[in-house]
Design a protein around this ligand. Structure first.
Ligand code: PLP
Ligand code: COI
Length: 367
């Protein structure tokens, strides 16, 4: 019987034909986002009887799933997203990785999946970096995007929480999420679609929430927008978040407004870090319901001077227009706001080790 309280030990099987140095360096020079994967991945099994077991680093490749595997039918899945940054001295660091471990477990609880001890999550990151550290790029604004995820994996068609699951970790070298880089983007407000409702899974990082966002996201792209904005489902009066990012508004008198964690939106780690950095500067941050009218009317009257999105993939991305079927607010030619850019710079300077880390957010992953 497995001792479920002891930290897992990982078995390492190295790839026999990893990507060669020349090909890897071509990829790392211009990685895009989510297009390339490192040579290895982590996999850990869970069962209701045995707990977490069989932790291993294996060559990256397809996984075999029984066609009756529960994740394929009922979408019982959660995931995370965080980045490993290469500092100037070559060392490799994660940004608040324990917060991702905690959020994975918050999501897992909501999706009736097992929780992975934080220590084992951290170990999975370190084990993957130990074999695939060469995949962490060093160009400006690049990183290795780490994608931990957990799937229900029991071959059984009854609708109940699975009694078997798998945790996996894959990694992908990453440049900017938006091909436009730090240039301001437009956001699409769909007429009807919602992403989450009270009591639902909105604050869990679960694939189903993203599945619900894909049709409106396609509508956004068809209308020249980079992301879709979701309002609260009950009366569509307040902003929740974008398909894959949190949102902030800056007021003329220098306050930051962002929707409070209302159960429907993701507890963004970038969001909480921006709040902290702003408060360190003495900026007032209001976490509260933010009405869509505050955005639309505020931009028109000049009361709202900047809007930005934030997230691991997006970092801090300026927004200059909000569009819907019958309206457009903002100026498509407007440059990024000053506060937006300076918060982005402060955050990325900490992440890349270019300035001190006063909150102890960085964790070394390669030793
Ligand atoms: N909201 C959604 C729906 C997301 O997918 C993400 C990205 O992970 C975020 C917000 C931002 O979260 P974080 O800053 O932790 O990456
Ligand atoms: C992330 O920022 O990590 C996400 O999961 C969002 C997605 C747009 C890639």
């Amino acid at each position: 019987m497995t001792d479920t309280t002891a930290p897992l030990s990982f078995e390492i099987s190295r790839h026999t034909s990893p990507v060669n140095d020349v090909v890897r360096s071509v990829i790392l020079d211009d990685p895009g986002f989510g297009n390339h994967f490192t040579d290895h991945m982590v996999s850990i099994d869970w069962s209701i009887e045995g707990g977490w077991d069989n932790a291993r680093v294996i060559p990256y490749g397809p996984i075999a799933l029984d066609p009756a595997s529960s994740v394929l039918h009922y979408g019982q899945e959660v995931f995370e997203g965080l980045k490993a940054y290469r500092h100037e001295d070559g060392s490799i660091w994660g940004f608040r990785p324990e917060a991702n471990a905690t959020r994975l477990n918050l999501s897992a609880r909501r999706l009736a999946l097992p929780e992975l001890p934080v220590e084992d999550f951290m170990r999975s990151l370190r084990e993957l970096i130990a074999v695939d550290g060469a995949w962490v790029p060093s160009e400006y604004d690049t990183s290795l995007y780490l994608r931990p995820f957990m799937i229900a994996n029991e071959s059984f068609l009854g609708v109940r929480a699975a009694q078997k699951a798998s945790y996996m970790l894959i990694a992908s070298p990453a440049g900017p999420y938006f091909s436009s880089g730090v240039k301001p983007v437009s956001i699409w407000l769909p007429r009807e679609y919602s992403r989450a409702g009270r009591g639902g899974t909105g604050e869990a990082k679960s694939g189903g929430n993203y599945a619900a966002s894909l049709l409106p996201q396609r509508e956004a792209v068809e209308n020249g927008c980079a992301q879709v904005l979701f309002l609260n489902a009950e009366n569509r009066d307040h902003i929740d978040e974008l398909g894959g990012m949190n949102v902030f508004l800056v007021t003329r008198d220098g306050r930051l407004l962002t929707p409070n964690l209302n159960g429907n939106i993701l507890h963004g780690i970038t969001r909480s870090s921006i709040i902290q950095l702003a408060q360190d500067r003495g900026i007032t941050v209001e976490e509260r319901p933010v009405s869509i009218h505050e955005w639309k009317d505020g931009v028109q009257s000049g009361e709202i001077t900047e809007v930005f999105a934030c997230g691991t993939a997006a970092v801090v991305t300026p927004i200059n227009t909000l569009k819907g079927e019958d309206f457009l607010v903002g100026d498509p030619e407007a440059p990024a706001g000053e506060l937006t850019l300076s918060l982005r710079e402060e955050l990325t300077d900490i992440q890349y080790g270019r300035r001190p880390d006063p909150h102890g957010w960085m964790t070394r992953l390669d030793s």
